[in-house]
Design a protein. Structure first.
Ligand code: MG
Length: 237
């Protein structure tokens, strides 16, 4: 398993409210929101709680859902205990890999993409106002990219006593390449561009190219991305 993680404050924001983790078979991207620096607190707490909860666990859907519930409870409780943190929350897109499959958990509008056999597929569904509008046919995917409400999410971790994560399970195949990213990337880079760049030989170069493209086009938000190449077999005894 090879992973590359890049995170950047972008060109418009003062602080980076994204948080991420890539290690072993676990990758997490969280995009925090809230006034002042509360978003940064929410995203970092979510990553910390989940990585701690899963550090000695074998990958399973149950274990993953438990960790997400723990993180939600932690962020929610903290948001109530400190006025400056009121209403903070975060997206969560995470990938956990075992010997045979990849488990994804999704809350909000960060994304997981899979490039397999040259074809790119978004494996998560955004929980956002514009994604709902696209599903209902009231706007096109192209219109969603520039819609004024495109950053409004309909589900987040830490803003309510309970949260439901979408779970997706995908069988592994050697050579698969995964991208987990915040909307700071996908606001500026199209799926077709992601597919072309992800297909390049060098994973590190691909990560740098994606980040540079988002920055060149304005870097209007924090940008976080993790690339993972599944070299297949031998990862789990
Ligand atoms: Mg963002």
């Amino acid at each position: 398993m090879r992973t590359v993680l890049r995170t950047d404050v972008g060109k418009a924001r003062k602080i980076n409210e994204d948080a991420a983790y890539a290690g072993g078979s676990l990758c997490i991207v969280c995009d925090g929101m809230g006034g002042h620096q509360a978003g940064e607190v929410a995203s970092n707490q979510a990553v910390d709680v989940i990585t701690a909860a899963l550090s000695s666990e074998e990958p399973s859907v149950c274990g993953l859902l438990d960790a997400v519930a723990k993180a939600n409870e932690h962020v929610y409780r903290n948001s109530l205990s400190d006025k400056r943190l009121t209403g903070m929350g975060t997206t969560l897109t995470m990938l956990w890999m075992d010997a045979g499959q990849v488990i994804l958990a999704q809350i909000g509008d960060s994304r997981a993409y899979l490039l397999r056999g040259g074809v790119l597929r978004q494996c998560t569904h955004d929980h956002s106002v514009v994604a709902e509008m696209v599903r209902m046919g009231s706007i096109t995917p192209e219109e969603a990219r520039t819609h004024p409400r495109r950053n409004l999410i309909t589900r987040s971790l830490g803003t309510d006593p309970r949260v439901e994560a979408d779970i997706f399970e995908v069988s592994r195949r050697p050579g698969d390449r995964w991208l987990i990213c915040s909307d700071g990337l996908t606001d500026h880079v199209t799926d077709a561009e992601i597919a072309a760049i992800l297909a390049g030989d060098n994973l590190y170069e691909a990560a740098d190219t994606l980040l540079a493209l988002a920055l060149d086009r304005g870097g209007s938000d924090n940008i976080t991305l993790i690339l993972l190449e599944d070299e297949g077999g031998g990862d789990t005894p």
